[in-house]
Design a protein around this ligand. Structure first.
Ligand code: ADE
Ligand code: ZN
Length: 326
C-alpha cells in the first residue's frame, strides 16, 4: 500500500462536495443550541448512529433535517471554514463547493446571508491555507423546474460569486430533461453547468446531461458502465466524472469498495476523479476516499497520481492556474 503521507502530498482538487454535507453532528448540536432549534436526537453520538442509509433518499431525508440548523451568515462561515481546514489537511489545493440555495431560501434564509458567510470563509481559507475555491449552487431536482428557474433569477445578482450551476437531490424520476430550459438560461448567462447523473439513475440520464444540459462534468456518473457507447463517448470527450467512492458504498450504489467501478472505468480511458460528496455523513473526507480506493482496488502510484492530476485538469481553474499544480 501507498503511504498516507504520499497521498496527502499529491496536489488535489475536490470537485464534488456539498457544503451542507460537511455539517458534522457536533456542529449540528452546537448550532441548534445557539439558534434555539429542537432536534429529534438527544446528542451528537445518537445522531451519528442514525447515519445508516439504504439509498440516496434515506440519506437526503436526514441531510435536509441537518440543514435546518444553519440560520445566520456566521453559521455558513463556520461550516465552510471547518471544511476548508479539513480539505487543507488532506492536501486539497483547490475546491469547487456545491450548495443548495433552495434548502435555505425555502426556510426564509436569504441568499445574501448564505453568500456572505460562505465567501468570508473562502477568503479566510485562501489567506490562511492558500486554498482556492469556486462555488456552484445546485437546483433541487425533486422540486419543480419553475422553482429552479426562480432560484436562478434570484442567484443572478450574485453572479460574480459562482462559476457554474449544478443539479442534485433525488435522481430517480427527476431526469436532467426536466431542467433543460433552466440550464439553457444559465448557459446564456455565461455560466458553466454540471449535473449529478448516473448516481442511482440510468445511463440515459447521463446522455441527457450531456446533450440537453451541456455539462462540463458529470457528478458521479458511475451508471455509465452498462452502456458501452456512452463509455466510449465519455472517454473520447474526456468528460470528467466526479466519483465519490465512500458515498457510493454508504448509499449502496455498490456493495463494497472491491466492487466499485472506478478502476474499470479508468482502464477504459475515462477521465476519473475522486471526491467526498458529503463527508460528514459518509465517513471520510477526500484523503479517506483516496485511501479507500487505493487499498480497495489496489491502485498503483501511477493510477493514484492520474486521479489527482485529473482533478486539477477537470477543475474550473484557468489554464495558467492549473499549470501550477500539473
Ligand atoms: N445532495 C447532497 N448529496 C447528494 C448526492 N450524493 N446526490 C444527490 N444529491 C445530493
Ligand atoms: Zn453529490
Amino acid at each position: 500500500t501507498i503511504a498516507k503521507d504520499a497521498l496527502r502530498a499529491q496536489p488535489k482538487a475536490e470537485l464534488h462536495v456539498h457544503i451542507e454535507g460537511t455539517l458534522e453532528p457536533e456542529m449540528v448540536f452546537e448550532l441548534a443550541e445557539k439558534n434555539g432549534i429542537v432536534l429529534d436526537y438527544p446528542d451528537a453520538g445518537t445522531l451519528r448512529q442514525a447515519y445508516n442509509f439504504q439509498d440516496l433518499q434515506s440519506f437526503l431525508n436526514i441531510y435536509y433535517q441537518g440543514v435546518k440548523v444553519l440560520i445566520e451568515a456566521d453559521d455558513f462561515f463556520e461550516l465552510t471554514y471547518n471544511y476548508l481546514r479539513h480539505a487543507h489537511e488532506d492536501g486539497v489545493v483547490h475546491t469547487e463547493i456545491f450548495f443548495d440555495p433552495q434548502s435555505h431560501t425555502d426556510r426564509g434564509i436569504s441568499l445574501a446571508a448564505v453568500f456572505e458567510g460562505i465567501n468570508r470563509a473562502l477568503a479566510k481559507g485562501q489567506k490562511e491555507f492558500g486554498i482556492t475555491s469556486r462555488l456552484i449552487p445546485c437546483f433541487l431536482r425533486h422540486l419543480s423546474a419553475e422553482a429552479a428557474m426562480e432560484t436562478l433569477h434570484a442567484l443572478l445578482p450574485y453572479r460574480d460569486f459562482f462559476c457554474a450551476v449544478g443539479l442534485d437531490s433525488s435522481e430517480k424520476g427527476n431526469p436532467p430533461s426536466k431542467f433543460s430550459e433552466v440550464f439553457d438560461k444559465a448557459r446564456a448567462e455565461g455560466l458553466l453547468t454540471v449535473a449529478h447523473a448516473g448516481e442511482e439513475g440510468p445511463a440515459s440520464y447521463i446522455w441527457e446531461a450531456l446533450d440537453l444540459l451541456h455539462v462540463a462534468r458529470i457528478d458521479h456518473g458511475v451508471g455509465c458502465e452498462s452502456d458501452d457507447e456512452l463509455c466510449r463517448r465519455l472517454a473520447a470527450e474526456q468528460m470528467p466524472l466526479t466519483v465519490c467512492p465512500l458515498s457510493n458504498i454508504k448509499l449502496a450504489v455498490f456493495d463494497d469498495i472491491k466492487g466499485h467501478n472506478l478502476k474499470r472505468l479508468l482502464d477504459r480511458g475515462l477521465c476519473m476523479t475522486v471526491s467526498s460528496d458529503d463527508p460528514a455523513y459518509f465517513g471520510g473526507y477526500l484523503l479517506d476516499n483516496f485511501i479507500a480506493v487505493q487499498t480497495g482496488l489496489d491502485l498503483t502510484w501511477d493510477e493514484v497520481t492520474e486521479l489527482a492530476r485529473n482533478s486539477i485538469r477537470a477543475s474550473f481553474l484557468s489554464e495558467s492556474e492549473k499549470l501550477e499544480w500539473l
